[in-house]
Every structure is written in structure tokens, then in C-alpha cells.
Design a binder for this molecule. Structure first.
Ligand code: FAD
Ligand code: EPU
Length: 337
């Protein structure tokens, strides 16, 4: 029997470890159960919120609504050719289990995205990325339930309008759909990407460039740099790296000659927010129960007992400080609920 639980603490369901509750929690592992949960919310005139692994959210108050967890499991082979495989992966599959499976099978495309927390259903939302690769490279289709129509629909890669930490699911479709399955095309003809930062050196320490050495090198670097949510609450990068016009970058470079940058195109430059936050004096700084991680200034941590509102206020002071020091606006990556 499908049970929608009442008055549940969400503390185990968010990696910041914020202790708020939800009126109802529905862990739905089939399309029918998701639609049942939508009907339940509608009948009770309650709003719906979707939660996967809770590794990219900041919960700021109790939820007077129905939290739906799209827990559809399974990895199905749709098509296989000499050069690639097409897989349909359930939204509830743990992202890193999927990556480990692909690497073990010898299929390339997602190995650089090893060890990112969360579930497959959230991967298209912000087009997860790391070490020079974004999920959109392998995503060919996304299936979801349209909440208003209560109907299963699908959109292809180009309709997803993927960008840097962005997609249609953070824009027009925000709050309107529940993703059920994501289709990936992975390659049997391997093309490795090891040109990000020190990745090549890290892979070389393990031996040849192979899928599993890339995976293990990425895991090693991530374990060194990023705090483990099981030990200290966090949601990865709190802000996005700002993208500015080349003219803005040139003016800043005169004032701050050490400022690192990545040229994205002739007209656009990405500036690492971690550098801006560190230069503004926030790295390792603690205020009350939260602070900026000592090894990565882009990560805000909950030292224990912080409320979502406290973390949000802290994040806003960082935004104000970076704006007054550099004249740049930091956009939050984390979804505020
Ligand atoms: P949640 O946090 O539960 O949800 C995120 C958003 O997606 C919410 O708005 C939610 O409503 C929505 N959502 C979730 N599932 C569904 C669904 N099925 N249908 C519709 N909407 C849905 N991200 C990166 O891109 N790169 C990184 O390198 C990276 N490193 C991280 C490191 C750490 C230590 C942590 C804690 C986080 C990191 N993240 C990173 C952020 C996070 O892991 C990803 O954004 C991940 O995809 C979130 O998955 P989730 O299942 O936890 O989503
Ligand atoms: N930097 C500093 N100080 C810091 C942190 C970074 O000066 O404390 C500067 C350095 O110049 C460094 C550069 O920033 O070379 C880039 O740092 P890093 O390689 O750690 O990457 P990032 O830009 O801080 C991004 C993603 C991460 C992803 C890594 C690796 C965003 C918002 N964040 O971080 O994604 O894992 O690259 O690819 O794009 C996430 O989204 O949650 C996340 C963790």
C-alpha cells in the first residue's frame, strides 16, 4: 500500500541538515504513485514541492504542503550500437551509482561527474557539471509528469535549453513538473576530458587515462576539497561563478591583476566566485552556526544547528560584500525553499 506520511522532519532529507518539517511526505516510486500524490495535494488544496537527495536546497521554514520524492528506480537499456548505448534511468537512482555503473560497463560520458551527490532526476535541473563536463553532454531526453495536466510528457535535449547550471526546469518549467526518467547516450568510443585544473596530473598518479582512473582521480580531488555532508552540512557551491562581458572583466583586471578567469567566448568571461569570496575575506570565516568552508570559499557550511534563515542571511552578507568590493552580483546556485 502507498502511504503518504504526515508531519515528517526533513533533516535526513537535506545535506545542509536543516531541521524543518513537512506536513506530508510522499516517496513515490512509480508514475501512478506520483500522480496519486499530485491528486492528494490538489484535493487537500496544498502546494507541491519536489525533493530528490536534498543536496542543492536550503530549507528556510516548515513546509505546509506535500513534498514529493520521485523515487523511480532502475536503469534500462533502450538501444545499443557499435559506438554507443542509450539508457533510460529512473529519477530516484543515486547519481553516483549510475556513474559507477557506466564506468564499470566501459561507457564514457559521465565519469568526470563522479561523486556528485543527489539523484538522477535532479541532474538535468541545473545541468550538473564538474571537471570540464556537464550532464547535458550525455542527456538526450527527459521524461516528466506535468503537474497541472497530470500527464507524462517528454522533451528532447534541445528543448531542455541547457546552460551553465541552468535549464528550462529552472526557468519556464520551474515548479511545474516532476521528472520521472532521464535518457542518456553514453559512448563506447572513449574520448577523455582531463584538461580541467590539475585533473591530468591526478589521473597520471593512478596510471593511464582510463574511465576508472578518471573516476578515482575525481573522487580523490573532491574528497580533499569539499566537505562531506555526513560530517558537516553543506550543499556544494552556494553561488554560481559570475559570467561577465569582456569589458567588465578588463576593468576589473586593472584593479585586481591576480584575478583568475576563464574565457568562454570572444565576448564572455567566467570569474571564479570562490576567488572573489576569498579575496573579500570570507574564507574560513564563521558567524554563529554557519560559515565559509576553509578549503573552498564557494561552499557554505552548517556547523550544526543553523537554521535555513540564518544561512540565507549569511549568504546575503557575502553577496553584499562581493558586490561592494568588486561590483559583481553573485547568483545563488542553491534552491531556496
Ligand atoms: P535536490 O537538492 O533534492 O533538488 C534540487 C532541485 O531540483 C530542487 O529545486 C528540486 O525541487 C528539484 N528536483 C529534484 N528532483 C526533481 C525531480 N525528480 N523532478 C523535478 N524537480 C526535481 N552540483 C554540480 O553541478 N556539480 C558539482 O560538482 C556538485 N558538487 C556538490 C558537492 C557537494 C558536497 C554537495 C552537497 C552538492 C554538490 N552539487 C554539485 C549540488 C547537487 O549535488 C546537485 O545539484 C544535484 O544534482 C542535486 O540532486 P538532488 O537529488 O539532491 O536534488
Ligand atoms: N578559488 C579560490 N579560492 C577558493 C576556491 C576557488 O581562489 O577558495 C579559485 C581558484 O582560482 C581556483 C578556481 O577558483 O582555481 C576554481 O576552483 P574549483 O576548481 O574548486 O572550482 P569552482 O569554480 O570553485 C566549480 C563548480 C563545482 C565543481 C568544480 C569542479 C560552480 C558554481 N561550481 O567550482 O560544482 O565541482 O567547479 O569542476 O560552477 C556545485 O555546483 O555544487 C559544485 C561543487
Amino acid at each position: 500500500m502507498f502511504v503518504i506520511k504526515k508531519n515528517i522532519s526533513l533533516k535526513p532529507n537535506n545535506t545542509f541538515g536543516i531541521d524543518v518539517s513537512t506536513r506530508y511526505f510522499a516517496r513515490a516510486n512509480t508514475v501512478e504513485k506520483i500522480i496519486y500524490s499530485i491528486n492528494f495535494a490538489s484535493y487537500n488544496r496544498l502546494p507541491i514541492y519536489v525533493l530528490g537527495g536534498g543536496s542543492n536546497v536550503l530549507l528556510t521554514s516548515d513546509i505546509e504542503g506535500v513534498v514529493v520524492n520521485s523515487a523511480i528506480n532502475g536503469i534500462a537499456m533502450i538501444e545499443e550500437s557499435g559506438s554507443d548505448v542509450t539508457l533510460s534511468v529512473g529519477a530516484g537512482v543515486v547519481w553516483d551509482d549510475f556513474v559507477a555503473f557506466a564506468v564499470q560497463k566501459g561507457w564514457g560520458g559521465v565519469e568526470n561527474l563522479s561523486y556528485i551527490p543527489g539523484c538522477v532526476g535532479a541532474a538535468p535541473i541545473q545541468n550538473i557539471g564538474a571537471y570540464g563536463v556537464e550532464a547535458e553532454k550525455s542527456i538526450i531526453k527527459v521524461e516528466y509528469i506535468d503537474i497541472a495536466k497530470r500527464k507524462l510528457e517528454e522533451i528532447n535535449h534541445s528543448e531542455c535549453r541547457f546552460g551553465y547550471r541552468d535549464s528550462i526546469f529552472k526557468q519556464e518549467l520551474k515548479g511545474k513538473v516532476i521528472i520521472t526518467n532521464v535518457w542518456f547516450r553514453l559512448s563506447k568510443k572513449l574520448e577523455f576530458r582531463v584538461d580541467y585544473g590539475s585533473l591530468q596530473t591526478e589521473v597520471a598518479k593512478l596510471g593511464e587515462v582510463t574511465l576508472s582512473n578518471i573516476r578515482n582521480a575525481v573522487i580523490d580531488v573532491r574528497k580533499r576539497k569539499l566537505p562531506d555532508p555526513k560530517e558537516v552540512g553543506n550543499a556544494g557551491s552556494f553561488f554560481k561563478n559570475p559570467i561577465v562581458e569582456v569589458e567588465v572583466y578588463r576593468d576589473l583586471k586593472v584593479k585586481f591583476p591576480e584575478m583568475p578567469f576563464y574565457q568562454l567566448s570572444d565576448s564572455l568571461v567566467k570569474i571564479p566566485a570562490g576567488w572573489l569570496i576569498e579575496q573579500a575575506g570570507w574564507k574560513g570565516k564563521r558567524v554563529g552556526n554557519c560559515g565559509v568552508h576553509q578549503k573552498q570559499a564557494l561552499v557554505i557550511v552548517n556547523y550544526g544547528g543553523a537554521t535555513g534563515k540564518e544561512i540565507l542571511a549569511f549568504a546575503k552578507s557575502i553577496q553584499e560584500s562581493v558586490a561592494s568590493t568588486f561590483g559583481l552580483e553573485l547568483e545563488m546556485e542553491v534552491n531556496i525553499l
